[in-house]
Design a protein around this ligand. Sequence first.
Ligand code: GLN
Length: 193
Amino acid sequence: MPLVGVLALQGDVREHVATLRSIGADVREVKRAEQLDGLDGLIVPGGESTTIARLLTTSGIRAALEKSLAGDLAVFGTCAGLILLASEILDGRADQWSFAALPLSVRRNGYGRQIASFETPVTVAGVGTVPGVFIRAPKIETWSSDVEVLATHDHGDGNHPVLVRYANVWGCSFHPELTSDDRVHRLFVDALR
Ligand code: GLN
């Protein structure tokens, strides 16, 4: 089975670890840069993107992960993780940086504040319909034509991608780790073999 890391600085770490273990992946919580070595894939969880960004810098993982992203490590950012991978952040904090590994722009809290959180069915290409839990979710507003769109959602303003893949980098607006449906994790893990 592939060895999948979960960036364990802040956010939905436990939930991702539990889902990955339940589908049989080997899992490593990543708290230090050297723990990126030997991974087949890495999940950057949802949480608070500004907090995770700060901890990425202070832990030294930022520089190491930049190199891994430029190499061929498969990295999947969910919610805050998507924000951290995007090439452009709208409504971000003035000093907010990102890895710019996904050629798309995301608007922080683009689906509304905490109170506007919602769950909706999301149809994923080749997978079927999964529950989409959106919590202060980033909205993908523009994206390069070579980004593979695996799922979209129309929140009353037209279809926006909610699950995307660009070579080795994946991103998702919702929280697949917060439901018992493991098919989005399986999609990522199966691609690592
Ligand atoms: N809005 C949050 C942020 O900017 C992300 C929300 C989430 O991960 N649930 O980090």
